[in-house]
Design a protein around this ligand. Sequence first.
Ligand SMILES: [Mg+2]
Length: 414
Amino acid sequence: MVVLCIDLKSFYASVECVLRGLNPFTTDLAVADERRGRGSIVLAVTPHLKKSGVSSRCRLYQLPNKDIIVARPQMKKYIEYSCKVYEIYLRYVAKEDIHVYSIDEAFLDLTHYLKYYNAAPLEICQRILKDIYNGTGLTATCGIGDNMFLAKVALDCLAKYRSDNIAYLDQNLFYQYIWDIRPLNNIWGIGGRLVKRLAALDIYSLRDLASTSPEILEKEFGILGLELYQHAHGKDATTVRAARSYHPKSKTFGHGQVLLEDYNYKDIRVIMVELAAEIATELVLRRLCCQEIALGIGYSKKYGGGFYRQMKLDKKTNSYKTLLTAFEKIYVNNIKDLPIRNISLRVGKLSNEEFIQSTLFTDTQNEIKERNLYRAIGEIREKHGKTAVRLAVSNTEKATLVKRSILIGGHNAE
Ligand SMILES: [Mg+2]
């Protein structure tokens, strides 16, 4: 397996810089809603601001006392850019080989493309990052690995320190560079609570974890224990295709967050906006719609309790605005003015949406027109093959589309 894990560097802050014609590596910019006062949450800061020691999740008043541009979050724009980047991935691999992990992160499975491109993974990776930069102005970092876990760890732990923003890990390099990293919460999939439970077993690094017997780990953590053991040896059998098809099977998906501190009922809205954008992006990129949403809120331990409410929507949608409005409706109808510690947003009753993602940004009239057009195209394609009709929008990438459908055919033949 050859997997890429690509992350857009300081995504929200970088988009804001691009929109202003500024360079995120020389600009001090923070994304936050200033209207909410000095205590409002900073969602992202530029790499340049990070360098001066600012954490990417701080409060406005915690920013250093210098000239900093404060940009109000524009989630719709970020979704747009995320889609643009996704379109670039589609120039290289079929959508079946892309797993959208979050609004600014994706896994690409290159395994079956190396022969086709007759190029090394590094070379393809460099081309993708260059295309992203030329097409959007955004800088991306990339982990390359022999499986999804190694790619993600290469990204998180190594790529950001490399001058070319790319890092590669196979098992041997994994032992060499990753095995002794502490604390363990630097490693994908290991959170703060798990770190504590592992420490109780005298496990502080992946090296420790790898030398622990899998039986003990299974007894202590169940299935997760066995997965940890595999990961500690740099192994991961999950494929991108399996990962991306995980959600539709479950017919519902969502994002939740256990917050690092208590949030008041005003602040949590910012997190909600962010999670709604993340969900909308995922729906759009995977051509899915939902007809049901659910919001869960848990109050701080001191008070306990919370709520989980579902709501049916009037019509199927993957529009960020519609979803956010619906989540907010549940929110205002149920929220109490108590400190909040966790939040989760879910969407359910998923169905396929066959018309193309750009409809997200157009009005309803056009939406209907476009939907009918794409439906017609879809039918022709179904009958006569993928390349029978080409979309005007993909004219520029005509060659790629044709190549890709040949490639997909090749896959099926294997
Ligand atoms: Mg990022």
